[in-house]
Design a protein around this ligand. Structure first.
Ligand SMILES: Cc1ncc(COP(=O)(O)O)c(C=O)c1O
Length: 404
């Protein structure tokens, strides 16, 4: 078999859980990606809210080289300097005083819910086992996190599902009031629903969840896998909302492109997770630690979060202009650089068609469900890159309108 690679190889050899774009990216710099044919694309996806400092950041490259020349995996029979440094940085910057490291968002949420269950079991007994999550939420693809997610499209194929997870209506305080009770051990919520359509929570909704959790001794888990590490214009979205969770999960952008996940919490809760109750072979490895630590350092040093608000405005202004010309969107919503353009009724279910056309015009975007085009670029994307990307996106929208 020839080892020359083409896009058809994906269809031939890969278990078909994805339907990737028709081109294969081969290299990238900042927010520009090149494919096998040398065609360039402006990247408004940021690797799905991951490449927070863009592609091939020279200091992150240097960090990988330095750390791989020292120690890149050692196993959890030993601890290591980079991961402890990252733990200190996260603790210094947030409400938390204890951290657990893993490799992905789903694992972080799985850990958070296990922690909540263990606290409830140890302190209150086995009846306090219910977890409240919300319709349209996305928390990952493990059995537990997929069940907590609020899209049956993702979970119905794998029934029977773990029990004792209820789903309320997002942003609906009454629904939460009805579903939380003394048997609730945790409420898990995304401060901004990402995959579910880029829907920011209302401040009053998160405040109400905090109040209800306090009333019923339930733990409030904020899933900040997508909204964290500066994306919404605050280091974590809970800071913007002024609502402090008991447990926060973070992943994606934390490694700047290298897999890492983390669970942040308070000592009084963390103590239930005694030696042997949970773990991960790769979680907390020194290479991930070094990268996470450097990402946080660079975000602070280069004042990356301070630039998010103006980039939000640049992108939204372009989208509004495109909408003026083509009347495609009924709403442009989101926080910081987590932006969703919601298609109006005439273009129902066509977000992916726009996504495909966009790449034909040299710009990479995402969808968030069938009706929302999503933008999650690197937080340091330049004004020039935004302008060029939006010119191309406007052309894709023009072609979409002409050919429908
Ligand atoms: C809010 C949220 N939680 C959890 C996850 C799952 O993260 P991972 O794919 O790293 O397991 C995602 C991924 O998109 C997410 O957006």
């Amino acid at each position: 078999m020839s080892l020359k690679i083409s896009r058809q190889d994906f269809d031939r050899f890969m278990i078909p859980v994805y339907n990737p774009a028709k081109f294969i990216p081969t290299h990238a710099k900042g927010s520009i990606v090149w494919d096998q044919d040398g065609q360039d694309y402006i990247d408004f996806t940021g690797g799905i809210a991951v490449n927070v400092l863009g592609h091939a950041h020279p200091i992150l490259q240097q960090t990988i080289q330095e750390q791989t020349s020292k120690l890149w995996h050692i196993g959890n029979s030993y601890t290591n300097e980079p991961i402890l440094r990252l733990a200190k940085q996260l603790i210094n910057a947030t409400f938390a005083d204890k951290v657990f490291f893993c490799n992905s968002g789903a694992e972080a949420n799985e850990t958070a819910m296990k922690l909540a269950r263990k606290v409830a079991l140890d302190v209150f007994g086995k009846d306090k086992s219910n977890i409240l999550s919300f319709n349209n939420a996305f928390h990952g693809r493990t059995f537990f996190t997929m069940t907590a997610g609020g899209k049956s499209d993702y979970s119905k194929h794998f029934e029977p599902l773990p029990k004792e997870i209820q789903h309320g209506s997002f942003n609906d305080m009454q629904s939460a009031v009805q579903l939380i009770n003394k048997n609730t051990c945790a409420v898990i919520v995304e401060p901004v629903q990402g995959e579910g359509g880029v829907i920011p929570a209302k401040v009053a909704f998160l405040k109400k969840l905090r109040e209800l959790c306090d009333k019923y001794d339930a733990l409030l888990i904020f899933d900040e896998i997508q909204s964290g590490v500066g994306r919404t214009g605050s280091l974590y979205a809970y800071m913007y909302y002024g609502v402090i969770p008991d447990i926060l999960t973070t992943a994606k952008a934390l490694g700047g492109g290298f897999p890492i996940g983390a669970v942040l919490t308070k000592e009084k809760l963390a103590i239930v997770m005694t030696v042997g109750t949970h773990g991960s072979t790769y979680g907390g490895n020194p290479l991930a630690g070094a990268l996470g630590s450097k990402v946080l350092e660079l975000i602070k040093k280069d004042k990356i979060i301070e630039g998010v608000a103006e980039r939000h405005v640049w992108i939204v202004e372009h989208l509004k202009k495109i909408n003026k010309d083509f009347n495609i969107f009924k709403e442009i919503r989101g926080l910081g650089l987590l932006i969703g353009a919601v298609l109006n009724e005439d273009f129902k279910n066509q977000a992916n068609n726009i996504n495909i056309l966009a790449s034909e015009f040299g710009v990479m975007v995402l969808v968030a469900g069938p009706n929302v085009v999503r933008f999650t670029p690197a937080l340091n994307i330049s004004k020039k890159e935004i302008e060029l990307g939006m010119q191309r996106f406007a052309k894709a929208c023009a072609s979409f309108i002409q050919n429908r």
